[in-house]
Design a protein around this ligand. Structure first.
Ligand SMILES: Cc1cc2nc3c(=O)[nH]c(=O)nc-3n(C[C@H](O)[C@H](O)[C@H](O)COP(=O)(O)OP(=O)(O)OC[C@H]3O[C@@H](n4cnc5c(N)ncnc54)[C@H](O)[C@@H]3O)c2cc1C
Length: 379
């Protein structure tokens, strides 16, 4: 019996589990293969929906589904957080004290915002990257009627276009409510341009000008003074705000660091083409957890899951893994409330954003629902 363990039941983990269950249904029925998935949560959350929830454009209930509802029958779900991964004994220690052994391992532990990286951040900033924070931002934004909204960003963070979308959507919301004249919008970015992807940075410049959003570059927050509402930067600037919107820099999962895998921030060394965990046979990485030179996004996890599944199936059938991943990422970018553009890129081809259209916006709205099919491995 070959035991596959998938650690993490988020976007990448669920896609790998369901695809494997489908590809290996005969072997699972014959008890030659077992697929186990370890989760530290009761429900799967559709994280891109948090942007809409924070702006009051969607209700939070629509973002959650119990894991059991999303997983195919061939997948055994274990609700017991992993505390340590031991690659020598090929086993995972769980919070309950039990251990789970594996022949093949998929690390799908994702990434999370580090609220303590910047002093003052936790107290001062409003983010929309967790459910609790999105709800707090939603509540406080409704009360915010006058002054300067300052967006600060730490890198790396998942969905690199989400802060841009937040600015464009909030601008349009304020115009709709005829409150835009009372609120100044300022977006900052740590690099020397408005976005890490150069074509997106160039496109954003024009879009910001049209929307009347100010953009400041080389802006690396060092400390926040919540009492006086001032952000100090590594570059030596002091900038005031009335409402601080923020994306904290992200880190990899604690279990990765506790297991001595990955770099000090918890990102896993991953072969960029085969998605194998470097230096370990039969182990793969999917999604945000990988240290790869591409965006951390659900679409990345989607394309990667296809490669990880093919390679695990090949290994189970006695074949070698193949270098099948080309770095493909696909992102929608909301350009307001009724228009969006989209970008697709890979290791060798940069994105080319086009003018936002209503059709692409509706395509994104449709995908927000289709996501649940995508997690089941159906689209
Ligand atoms: C506001 C927002 C907007 C976004 N918008 C988009 C978008 O428009 N398009 C897009 O493509 N992407 C978007 N994303 C990014 C996307 O959601 C993530 O990139 C994607 O979820 C990554 O999948 P993953 O499987 O790597 O991680 P996750 O989906 O985060 O799953 C990781 C899982 O591992 C679990 N885990 C961690 N440690 C343990 C442990 N010790 N034991 C057991 N389980 C553990 C976690 O609880 C979690 O369930 C957005 C994200 C946010 C927050």
């Amino acid at each position: 019996m070959k035991r596959v363990v998938i650690l993490g039941a988020g976007t990448g983990g669920a896609m790998v589990a369901n695809r494997l269950a489908r590809h290996l249904s005969t072997e699972i029925a014959a008890k030659e293969v077992q697929i186990n998935m370890i989760s530290d949560t009761e429900s799967h959350i559709y994280q891109p929906g948090l942007l809409y929830v924070a702006l009051g454009l969607a209700e939070p209930d629509s973002l959650f589904r119990k894991h059991e509802r999303l997983l195919l029958p061939g997948v055994n779900l274990i609700h017991d957080p992993a505390v340590k991964i031991d690659m020598d004994s090929r086993s995972i220690k769980l919070n309950s004290g039990k251990s789970m052994e594996f022949d093949y391992l998929v690390l799908a532990t994702g990434s999370h915002p580090d609220f303590d990286d910047i002093p003052g951040f936790r107290e001062a900033a409003h983010t929309f990257y967790t459910y609790e924070e999105a709800m707090r931002t939603r509540r406080d934004l409704e009360e915010f009627k006058q002054g300067k909204l300052l967006m600060i960003i730490g890198v790396p963070h998942k969905c690199p276009v989400a802060p841009l979308e937040f600015m464009f959507m909030y601008d349009k919301l304020l115009r709709q409510r005829q409150e835009r004249d009372n609120i100044e919008l300022v977006y900052t970015y740590p690099l020397g341009r408005l976005h890490s992807l150069e074509p997106v940075a160039e496109w954003s410049e024009g879009a910001f000008e049209t929307a009347g959003i100010a953009g400041e570059t080389f802006f690396n927050p060092e400390e926040i003074d919540p009492k006086n509402k001032v952000v100090s930067t590594l570059e030596g600037d002091e900038v005031s705000y009335d409402f601080l919107a923020a994306i904290p820099p992200h880190k990899g999962a604690a279990v990765i660091r506790a297991s001595g895998l990955g770099d000090p921030d918890g990102w896993l060394p991953t072969n960029k083409y085969t998605l194998q965990l470097e230096g370990h046979e039969g182990a793969y990485v999917v999604g945000d957890a990988a240290a790869l030179p591409i965006s951390k996004a659900g679409s990345t996890a989607h394309y990667e899951s296809e490669v990880v599944v093919r390679n695990i199936v090949r290994e189970i059938h006695g074949e070698k893994p193949m270098p099948l991943y080309d770095g493909k990422v696909y992102c929608f970018i909301e350009g307001g409330l009724q228009e969006a553009t989209h970008i697709t890129f890979d290791y060798n081809n940069p994105p080319k954003p086009s003018e936002p259209t209503e059709m692409v916006h509706w395509f994104k709205m449709a995908f927000n629902r289709m996501y649940w099919l995508s997690v089941r491995g159906l689209v």
